[in-house]
Design a protein around this ligand. Structure first.
Ligand code: ATP
Length: 234
């Protein structure tokens, strides 16, 4: 078997003396959507941050496209083709929608994504391109955050809790668009509390509890019992 696009093996992560991830292993293959589920504090965000370089990782614990990237600088990892849509969106309040999107394009990675393409995916952003990003609704701000990540033409898109604080109808719309994005050949890993959405879109799932992988498998093979066990323990 060739190595997966993202290959995480025995990753440990710490905040000072506190260990948040324990020997965590996980794969994301080219063109695949993987969901990462688990209760608050399970380590989902820490895992994404370790992959993109925001939390320190051991060099060989994170491999991307055949290279060890653990512990490398955030900019270098981004330039290699991993983009994060962070929890809470983190848009620049003083910048317009378009300026926020352009920040994602600063990497100048070749690929299909540019302003026109993002606007054709999210037409409402084209209408509001000149407005301050944070004056938009929560759902529209989430579209800006996704668009900004896409502008870097990533091979792997990491999404942290896209549904957080959004109305159910908006969550549905965002996920419908995300499914189309994947059709362009990108690999996606989504961290979600909204398990229904996550399982609908993802072929495979990992469940985390207290920094350990306690569940992994094909979405359609998972029972409610499996999922409850991943959240609350057996
Ligand atoms: P949530 O859904 O609440 O975001 P999560 O599964 O993403 O949860 P993490 O945010 O990765 O979980 O947190 C994992 C553990 O690390 C938790 O015990 C949390 O309290 C701790 N932690 C997270 N960030 C920090 C930090 N900056 N400093 C110290 N501990 C942290």
């Amino acid at each position: 078997m060739p190595e997966a696009l993202l290959h995480v093996e025995r990753l440990n992560a710490f905040y000072g003396d506190f260990q948040a991830l324990f020997d965590l292993s996980l794969d994301v293959n080219e063109g695949e959507i993987v969901a990462i589920i688990g209760a608050n504090g399970a380590g989902k965000s820490t895992l994404l941050k370790s992959i993109v370089g925001l939390v320190r990782a051991q060099p060989e614990a994170v491999r991307f496209a055949g290279q060890a990237i653990g512990g490398q600088r955030v900019e270098r990892i981004a330039a290699m083709g991993i983009a994060l849509v962070p929890e809470g969106r983190r848009l620049f309040a003083s910048l317009s929608v378009e300026e926020n999107l352009r920040i994602g394009g600063q990497m100048h990675r070749p690929g299909p994504w540019n302003l026109e393409q993002v606007y054709s995916f999210f037409p409402v952003l084209a209408e509001r391109r000149k407005m301050p990003a944070t004056s938009l609704s929560g759902g529209q701000q989430q579209m800006v955050a996704i668009g900004r990540a896409l502008m870097s033409n990533p091979r792997l898109l990491l999404c942290d809790e896209l549904s957080l604080g959004l109305a159910p109808i908006m969550v549905k719309e965002i996920y419908a668009q995300l499914a189309r994005v994947v059709g362009t050949g990108m690999a996606v890993a989504i961290v979600e509390q909204d398990i229904g959405q996550a399982l609908k879109i993802a072929a495979r799932v990992y469940g985390l509890r207290t920094g350990h992988v306690v569940l992994s498998g094909q979405s359609h093979n998972l029972s409610r019992q499996d999922i409850a066990a991943a959240y609350f323990g057996d």
